[in-house]
Design a protein around this ligand. Sequence first.
Ligand code: ATP
Ligand code: MG
Length: 391
Amino acid sequence: MKEIILIKNGEIALKGLNRSNFEDLLIKNLKWRLKPVGSFIIRKAQSTIYCEPADDSIDLDDAIDRVGRVFGIAAFSRALAVEKDFSVIAAAAPDYLEDTLRAAKTFKVEARRSDKRFPMTSPEICRELGGVLLSRFPHLKVNVEEPDVVVYAEIREREAYLHAGKIRGAGGIPIGSSGRAALLVSGGIDSPVAGYMMAKRGLELIGIHFVSPPYTSDRALQKVVTLMEKMSRYCGRMKLFVVPFTKIQEEIRDRCPEDLFTIIMRRIMMKIADKIAKDNDCAALITGESVGQVASQTVGALACTDVATRMPVFRPVIGMDKEEIIRIAREIDTFETSILPYEDCCTVFTPKHPRTKPKLHFVEEAENLLDCEALMAEAVAGVDIIEIRPQ
Ligand code: ATP
Ligand code: MG
């Protein structure tokens, strides 16, 4: 028995002349993602990508799980590949589809015949195969309008394929097709979701995380690594840049007005992220900010943070409620890790009364009390890089 994965790509189909590049990128990404499962032969023909295990020892459940997280795939099917001979198809179908059909009350067969040399027409295949399945599973009834199960028989160029419908894919467009961006990632709920959303739009990610030892612990950093490992099941391989931030935070605490502490810290984070992003071919920054969530995320505070960099800053969760963000965090399995209670550098030295409507010129004046350039250069020189690989 040979099973294969048939992939129909979603939005890619709309990309006109770029389509071939998108498909090639998708195939490259698929190869990477499936590598830990084993060797696959992957080819494309007529808007379908065929993903075929190269040997029998491959765990197809694992492969299916991985394919379901690759961006650029709208839907896919797990199918049985058989010889293009109706008697072979009719003999294989009942066993292959047994579990699905036993659980159903109604069904129909849909046949597609792209190989017109096949001696039966599509309606003939439907009728004959329907008859075979009815005699094997007498509890079933045919319902062409709203069947519980649709059995597909696809007679294609090389082989015939049998399956019981499509599985929804991760959607989006292939990672890398929109270039690369840097995600400011904290240990919270929002930034992993923000990264996931932008990766879905084709951005390859690097992560940037600020740490303030001894105020923040190793466990807090490990939590961010775990979050990125979870994200990497969708976002692929990523580098995490860990920036030492203690000295900068202490300097702000010692020299700047307390009510501007958070806003100055956020602006310096943006400036350092800007440097690291440019050095690593990133065209944009991504944050998990959402209007009104905390004092540093009022429109006024965001305006002050925004002008700290000339790079575009993507904030995909900007208009979302916490509940909506949490729903996605649960879906991508980052939520439980995000709520572990370790200190983030944003929560050390937080002012009692942060300014919610900061005036940019006051902020800049206060910032000038610091030797920003030297402090930032020192932080960038102390960066540690961690390789995040999909598990
Ligand atoms: P999150 O849930 O993502 O932590 P939050 O609601 O806690 O967000 P803040 O702590 O104000 O909000 O952070 C806003 C954004 O700033 C985060 O989404 C993230 O992009 C960035 N950020 C915060 N802390 C860090 C950090 N230690 N390192 C890197 N980026 C950070
Ligand atoms: Mg946070």
